[in-house]
Design a protein around this ligand. Structure first.
Ligand SMILES: Nc1ncnc2c1ncn2[C@@H]1O[C@H](COP(=O)(O)OP(=O)(O)OP(=O)(O)O)[C@@H](O)[C@H]1O
Ligand SMILES: [Mg+2]
Length: 270
């Protein structure tokens, strides 16, 4: 386990899926004084990596995720996916937010097929995949139910499946489990490990929980207070598949403590 200056990370050029160079973002405001949310960000994310981002509230984490989702455009700098400049929302990128926002009048199956309809793809070709993914997260038998019949944890599973049905290369997750109780959160962390292992997605995951970040990730990035900069980049070399027993190991405790110390030095986590 090491901490490295992000600028010094040496990764093979062709292994990069996400590449961010000198990206900044300033939000315009009514007063005329822009809010500088991000200082220049330089970051490469390798294909199929699981990367988490932690940082103080309001430091710019969601802003960075929205840039990667194509929902916001950086004020300066370059953002590329597989070498192609990002120019808006892409079918190669799936997004999961804290609240799943399911349509109450659609069944679970139709909710998860909605992106396919919106992208005008052939729904029949994705029905089987949608059923398999629902089954993978323990929701078989719920295809014909409505969102109001599901618990919060089940609804969030549906939100994850909805992002996965179009088979995106990248999954962006903004505090996806923040609103859930601890037990459900542990179960969903386990589901997410399964999904990542079986679907081989590149995951960019924002969380306020350092143990959650370490448990799930290959790398944990630390962002400074606003304007956000990446001030730490920790490699998690704990073996996979991880279980809750790993959380109790000295290696796990040592890494979470290093990340916490850096965060506290850079403004705290909340
Ligand atoms: N649309 C906007 N207009 C102006 N300022 C904004 C806008 N959206 C976000 N900000 C500001 O930009 C900064 C970064 O916001 P962002 O949502 O990226 O933070 P965050 O790190 O995700 O915080 P949290 O952990 O609380 O979710 C904050 O100071 C916020 O007030
Ligand atoms: Mg946020």
């Amino acid at each position: 386990m090491t901490t490295t200056d992000p600028a010094q990370i040496d990764r093979p050029e062709d292994d990069r899926l996400i590449s961010i160079r000198g990206a900044t973002l300033a939000y315009p405001t009514a007063s005329g004084e822009p809010v500088q949310a991000l200082d220049p960000i330089d970051l490469d994310v390798a294909k199929q990596a699981f990367v988490s981002l932690v940082g103080p509230s309001g430091c710019g984490k969601s802003t960075l995720l929205k840039i990667l989702a194509g929902l916001l455009r950086q004020s300066k700098g370059d953002v590329t996916l597989s070498g192609t400049p990002l120019s808006g929302p892409s079918p190669h990128v799936g997004v999961v937010f804290q609240q799943p926002v399911l349509l109450p009048w659609l069944t679970i199956l139709n909710n998860v097929l909605l992106p396919i309809r919106v992208q005008k793809r052939d729904v029949d070709q994705y029905r089987e995949r949608a059923r398999e993914l629902l089954s993978m997260v323990g929701l078989d038998g719920f295809e014909s139910r409505y969102p109001s019949e599901l618990s919060g944890g089940m609804q969030q599973r549906v939100g994850i499946v909805r992002a996965l049905v179009p088979d995106p290369e990248i999954l962006l997750m903004d505090e996806p489990f923040g609103a859930l109780d601890a037990l459900t959160r542990e179960q969903l962390n386990d589901d997410l490990q399964t999904i990542w292992a079986e679907q081989r997605k590149t995951v960019f995951f924002i969380t306020h929980s350092i143990p959650e970040a370490v448990y799930l990730s290959d790398r944990v990035l630390v962002m400074s207070e606003r304007p956000g900069r990446i001030v730490g980049d920790f490699t998690v070399d704990l073996p996979r598949r991880r279980t809750l027993d790993d959380v109790a190991t000295p290696a796990f405790a040592e890494l979470t403590s290093q990340i916490r110390h850096l965060l506290n030095a850079k403004g705290g986590i909340d």
